[in-house]
Design a protein around this ligand. Structure first.
Ligand code: FE6
Length: 694
């Protein structure tokens, strides 16, 4: 079922896309690019087909009166093959012919809507621009027929004959090849592209009659009919309203499609959100109102869920819904959703599809419009409609125009404000949102070029804090409000867990000074905060980089009564520099440690850790240390350091082993060792040594 939905979605979307493209290059219903390509080799076919037979007939049917002579034409060989495939082997469900014909009708109406606003500029005259734009379906059980009538753009004689002709000539060869290549699964999207959905009606029909009249002023009406075998008839007709009427004479075993209730169910299933009213036997079936144009207050949660499922091709619900209406600085009607489900691997990937479609006055401009929201908001699904977007907006304009940039800025700001409001109105909901989607916010901070936007995204970040309980997340604004005014710094510490953060040597001195520290457990956090640099006028400082600063209080650096004395420290430092050559770049003492014997400092901790995580494994140890330039800072008051100094005169071997181990331990603590298993051999050697005398 879900595969079917996906197929469905892609075929409607695709069809619409191609449809709009074909509007842009004007003229025909079918995909022009394909037809243009193959037009060249069509001359030969044309010579054999289109043989004309003429019979003079006068017939009456409904309000239409037939005129002049009827031409009988043969389908060309290719058309016949195509028709056979579509009518016999393409679909496993016969009912989809209803969707296909409704989709054609809807496209014809959309095309008419488009022309009625743009025709003047294209120099075309239209007739009756004020008629009702709708799709009428009539079922007739007695006569076993189902009729589709639209008041859309209609077809001229050329279009009527060429649509089949051109599609067949141009498309069928490649169409057949495509189906062979991709299998019937993908065929429905190809159908959309080739505009041959009409043929699907021959799955259920003995005979089909088409009455059509183009909306181009002065066009005559026509009747086309065929039993789908080999020939069709075409004749001029009076009394044909603008648009297209398709009468499907059902095969005996397909009589169910002349049943009102059955057809209603099928329409609901496939065509519920078609932009024009679908009226089945004088009763409207689809919920046509494009929901984004309604008053936000009037839309129920159920409607949102239904709409969300439709546009997102999914079965979950929205967790957040923003229905946004504004007229300044741009006219915007938008519904934006955050899915209830967690993002999958696909959504996380930067080349995943965008979930928002751009409309102008109910007319689709671009589905998956990748420029109306920044890339990092690709998890948002919805619809944006702006009357200010010109309908003939070209691809290039869509990429770069000031209008689109403005639209994007307004929408992004509004959405950020919305998330911020959700955070205060629904803290629990926001917390789970944050758990599932914070990675996108972080991407936004790193990729955004606007400092204002970055600050707005940063407002949405949440971290645990050294001053708050485990499991409680706080914002940087809340952090700031807890600080005494003179503190112009926001401290943070990256660590894999609360426990490791609280016991981190880097945290010790700030803890002593009673400073609040934000704990970042996500590997990206520290890169994001490094990139962000400041928040609300306060500097973002990692506790590690704070450690590298000289202590403000000079007296702190005077070595106290306990611990090693300066000459001993100098001696030990000299020893360590010698033993750890090629590994440490410098050895110094520090006053900022209590419970830890030593600590490693590298110039950019966050970048260094990222480097170790991502690139260091295929690099020699020597090169790695040369790049990282670790600096070892020792705590002269620590018992291990004191003992180590003693060992210098008693057991140089053991002293060296201890020095190596201290260094390795400090590297692990710094998060600069990816796989600590490498350390075990050395630890075991140390243990052997320790246990020797026992
Ligand atoms: C598909 C019948 C050939 C329009 N309106 C509708 N259907 C359309 C078009 N098609 N092509 C244009 C089609 C037929 C024949 C093509 Br014969 F429905 N409703 Cl404007």
């Amino acid at each position: 079922m879900s595969a079917l939905r996906a197929r469905l979605g892609s075929s409607t979307v695709c069809a619409r896309k191609i449809f709009l493209q074909s509007i842009n290059n004007s003229k025909h219903f079918a995909a022009r690019s394909v037809s243009a390509k193959i037009q060249n080799d069509s001359t030969i076919f044309r010579a054999f087909s289109n043989r004309q037979y003429s019979t003079a007939t006068e017939q009456k049917k409904d309000g239409e009166t037939l005129k002049g002579t009827s031409e009988k034409r043969e389908f060309q060989a290719e058309t016949r093959m195509l028709l056979d495939i579509v009518a016999r082997s393409l679909y496993s469900d016969k009912e989809v012919f209803i969707r296909e014909l409704i989709s054609n009708a809807s496209d014809a109406l959309e095309k008419f809507r488009y022309l009625s606003v743009s025709a003047a500029t294209e120099g075309k005259q239209l007739e009756q621009t004020d008629r009702a734009l709708e799709i009428k379906l009539i079922t007739d059980k007695q006569n076993r027929t189902i009729t589709f009538q639209d008041s859309g753009i209609g077809m001229t004689k050329e279009e009527l004959t060429q649509n089949l002709g051109t599609i067949a000539r141009s498309g069928s060869k490649s169409f057949i090849e495509e189906i062979k290549k991709q299998g019937a699964d993908q065929a429905s999207s190809i159908i959309g592209q080739f505009g041959v959905g009409f043929y699907s009606a021959f799955m259920v029909a003995d005979k089909i009659e088409v009455f059509t009249r183009s909306s181009i002023a002065g066009s005559p009406g026509y009747k086309w009919s065929s039993d789908g075998s080999g020939v069709y008839e075409i004749q001029e007709a009076d009394g044909v309203p603008i648009g297209t009427k398709i009468v499907v004479y059902l095969k005996t075993d397909c009589r169910e499609f002349s049943d009102d209730e059955t057809v209603k169910g099928i329409i609901k299933k496939y065509s519920n959100f078609i932009g024009s009213p679908i009226i089945l036997n004088d009763q409207q079936v689809n919920s046509i109102k494009p929901l984004w144009l309604m008053e936000p207050k009037e839309v129920t949660q159920e409607q949102h869920v239904e709409f969300y499922r439709f546009i997102g091709n999914s079965y979950d619900k929205p967790r957040f819904t923003l229905h946004y209406k504004t007229d300044a600085p741009l006219s915007i009607r938008a519904v934006l959703y955050v899915p209830e489900g967690k993002p999958g691997l696909f959504e996380l990937s930067r080349d995943s599809d965008v979930g928002v479609s751009l409309y102008s006055r109910k007319i689709l401009i671009k589905s998956k419009a990748d420029n109306i929201l920044p890339k990092w908001l690709r998890f948002v699904k919805g619809v944006v409609d702006s009357e200010d977007i010109p309908l003939n907006l070209s691809r290039e304009l869509l990429q770069n125009s000031n209008l689109i940039i403005k639209l994007r800025t307004v929408l992004t700001n509004r959405f950020l404000k919305f998330l911020n409001d959700s955070a205060s109105k629904d803290p629990v909901g926001y917390d789970t949102f944050y758990r599932d989607y914070s990675i996108f916010l972080k991407e936004g901070i790193v990729t955004s070029h606007s400092p204002l936007e970055r600050e707005d995204i940063a407002k949405l970040l949440r971290f645990e804090s050294s001053k708050l309980e485990k499991g409680v997340r706080t914002s940087m604004a809340e952090y700031s409000s807890r600080q005494k005014n003179e503190q112009k710094t926001i401290y943070y510490l990256a660590a894999p867990s609360r426990e490791l953060a609280e016991t981190s040597p880097y945290f010790e001195s700030l803890k002593k000074r009673d400073l609040e520290v934000l704990f970042c457990y996500d590997t990206y956090d520290e890169l994001v905060l490094l990139e962000l640099k400041e928040f609300g006028g306060r500097q973002l400082v990692s506790v590690e980089s704070d450690m590298q600063k000289e202590p403000e209080n000079k007296s702190e650096s005077v070595i106290g009564a306990q611990g090693l004395q300066q000459p001993q420290v100098d001696e030990l430092i000299k020893f360590l520099k010698g033993q750890l050559e090629g590994k440490v770049f410098d050895v110094r003492t520090t006053q900022r440690l209590d419970s830890h014997p030593c600590v490693i400092i590298v110039p950019e901790m966050a970048a260094a850790r990222h480097f170790v995580r991502t690139q260091a494994q295929n690099m020699s140890e020597e090169n790695r240390f040369a790049l990282l330039r670790p600096q070892l800072e020792i705590n002269a008051k620590h018992p291990i350091i004191e003992k180590l100094h003693k060992l210098l005169s008693t057991d140089k071997d053991l002293a060296n082993m201890v020095a190596q181990q201290l260094f390795s331990n400090a590297m692990v603590t710094a998060g600069l060792v990816m796989d600590p298993r490498n350390l075990i051999t050395h630890i075991n050697e140390l243990l052997i040594k320790a246990l020797e005398k026992h």
